[in-house]
Ligand binder design. Structure first.
Ligand SMILES: Nc1ncnc2c1ncn2[C@@H]1O[C@H](COP(=O)(O)OP(=O)(O)OP(=O)(O)O)[C@@H](O)[C@H]1O
Ligand SMILES: [Mg+2]
Length: 227
């Protein structure tokens, strides 16, 4: 029953977008709850639109007081739980991370975002010390240009890797379709090609990303079972 928590203190790093893209992919074959713990409730607003997959439930009453209970309860109802947090380093993040089977740290390929991602990684390390267990995580580079890799973002990714930071191999590209999710309040699969370009490419990117996340969950489950 994996719980996947999206963390970055940086506003606009791509947490909500990456969380929703993952949830939609998982909902194709399993039930999933998204805990929309951002007080602005972007995912709840999205789910008020049409065509929300029947497999996807949104819960939006989580706060610092009840976060752990809300995650536990969701995990009894659906095999996958995804938590989207606001861009903060507050206690609620630590609480959510304490329940995580996987933490994803979205970061754009710029120096400022990389610094913010490092702050998120410190939260993970802090939680690991508190709970005396390893918290699997991966940095997800977001909003990259699908056709060219800039030197700056390539350099930053190498810096992350050299520092021993776990990175997803898949990047989430900058795609109009990923923005359109929230503009039209529709899942990717229901966007209209008349309104939005390259939906197929965005879906292929979403599938590769979700497949890698599922692979990471499997690998850490197997590691846990072997321990
Ligand atoms: N891969 C992407 N392609 C295109 N636009 C994107 C992508 N990822 C995020 N965006 C856009 O960037 C903005 C910020 O993204 P998002 O809301 O997902 O970030 P966030 O980390 O959840 O922010 P906050 O901390 O405010 O909750 C949004 O306008 C979103 O549509
Ligand atoms: Mg958000």
């Amino acid at each position: 029953m994996p719980t996947i928590v999206f963390v970055s203190p940086k506003g606009g790093a791509g947490k909500t977008t990456s969380a929703l893209i993952l949830a939609e992919q998982i909902a194709r074959s399993a039930t999933v709850t998204i805990i929309d713990a951002d007080p602005n409730h972007p995912i709840q607003s999205w789910a008020a639109g049409p065509n929300t997959p029947a497999n996807l439930t949104v819960v939006s009453d989580a706060d610092e007081e009840n976060m752990i209970d809300v995650i536990e309860e969701a995990a009894t109802r659906t095999p996958f739980v995804i938590v989207d947090l606001e861009g903060t380093a507050a206690k609620i993040v630590l609480l959510a991370v304490s329940q995580a089977d996987l933490v994803i740290v979205p970061s754009q390929g710029s120096q400022l975002d990389a610094a913010q991602a490092s702050r998120a990684l410190r939260v993970i390390k802090q939680q690991e010390k508190m709970s005396r267990r390893a918290v699997p995580y991966g940095v997800l580079i977001t909003r990259t240009n699908p056709t060219i890799r800039t030197r700056t973002s390539g350099h930053l990714m190498n810096t992350f890797r050299e520092a021993g930071i776990a990175m997803l191999n898949t990047e989430l590209h900058e795609r109009e379709a990923f923005k359109a999710l929230f503009a039209f309040n529709q899942p990717l699969s229901h966007l209209d090609p008349k309104d939005v370009s390259n939906i197929d490419k965005a879906i292929a990117n979403a599938e590769a990303y979700a497949a890698e996340v599922i692979g990471m969950l499997r690998a850490s489950q197997e590691k846990g079972a072997a321990a």
